[in-house]
Design a protein around this ligand. Structure first.
Ligand code: FAD
Length: 288
């Protein structure tokens, strides 16, 4: 099933993200966690992509397993940085031949290991979107950044670049995590004004571990509101209390989003079935 049809429906959509293992010895543990999340029957599940090593193969096997054995539609992430056209083409063929219908088309991060630009056939995600849309029938989504992509000098430039992705055929956008819904509402106003009308899926991160959050906010350019910082200050050293507060905070954000007409929410569930289940339970009447 195509993600665009799920998120365009009247019913609110709640989906979960999982990530593949980096090494084969972790495969069974991760597979088990993704299966537990799949039994919750979310609207769809996305599986992230790590270029190189085993992880790129695992994205497909995890997505295929969820789709075929749990009947949950999947969204396979794909990055293009540091890839040749023929590498991307063979990956697309593999996804198609295994029944995957939806791709989140990403550039990927530029790291010290992949600086050799001579090898690159793609520099930005709009080139990947165009490549996929020119030759395949996948439903294609992309990423967007309510607080601006860290490489962009300002938001106006970032939104102009986002428009290139849409013009290339990107059908929906999933946001980077954010902790203040007003940030998203302001961003929606700006992108709509720029002529971007595709559905937006709001990405929500339930913070259950205080240590991770500072680093991931620095990397992803997202700010922590005072209300959230107070929770981390108070409960950060008590893992169970932090988990409960993090789930409550995420639930609160999601209810506010649905109440304000954002009909699709994607939870960065980080391979944690208990967190996914609690959030879904908290919303049981709302997503009925
Ligand atoms: P782009 O859309 O190419 O944008 C990158 C930067 O270039 C931005 O500053 C943009 O303004 C600018 N830009 C874009 N197009 C142009 C252009 N034509 N000309 C000039 N400038 C341009 N990473 C992974 O490795 N695996 C994953 O599975 C993964 N999943 C993600 C899911 C979501 C929802 C999000 C938000 C991010 C994800 N990422 C993932 C991280 C992502 O790869 C990084 O944020 C990366 O730095 C940018 O990817 P992008 O597709 O947004 O890039």
């Amino acid at each position: 099933m195509k993600i665009i049809d799920i998120i365009r429906a009247d019913k609110p959509s709640l989906s979960f993200e999982v990530f593949p293992p980096k090494t084969s010895d972790k495969f069974d543990t991760v597979k088990d966690a993704t299966e537990k999340i799949a039994t919750l029957k979310p609207s769809f599940m996305s599986v992230t992509y790590g270029a190189g090593g085993g992880t790129s193969e695992y994205t497909l096997s995890i997505a295929k397993n969820i789709q075929e054995n749990y009947n949950v539609p999947t969204l396979a992430h794909l990055t293009c940085v540091n890839s040749t056209k023929s590498e991307v083409k063979s990956r697309l063929e593999m996804l198609k031949n295994n029944g995957i219908e939806n791709i989140l088309a990403l550039r990927g991060d530029i790291t010290p290991e992949n600086q050799n630009r001579e090898k690159w056939d793609y520099h930005f995600s709009n080139q990947l979107v165009e490549e996929i849309k020119n030759s395949y029938d996948f439903c294609v989504g992309g990423a967007c950044y309510p607080e601006c992509h860290p490489e962009s000098i300002h938001q106006k430039e970032d939104i102009l670049n986002l428009k290139r992705k849409i013009d290339a055929g990107c059908e929906f956008l999933t946001t980077q995590m954010f902790f203040d819904n007003n940030v998203l509402y302001n961003y929606l106003y700006k992108i709509r004004e720029a002529g971007i009308t595709v559905p937006i899926i709001a990405g929500i991160m339930p913070v259950t571990n205080a240590k991770q959050i500072k680093r991931s906010c620095e990397l992803s350019n997202c700010t922590l509101p005072q209300r959230f910082k107070a929770i981390v200050d108070r409960y950060g050293d008590n893992p169970e209390a932090m988990k409960q507060a993090g789930i409550a905070y995420a639930t609160d954000q999601i209810i506010d989003l649905f109440a304000n007409g954002v009909n699709a929410v994607h939870v960065y569930s980080m391979n944690k079935p208990d967190v996914a289940e609690k959030i879904q339970d908290n919303l049981s009447e709302i997503i009925k």
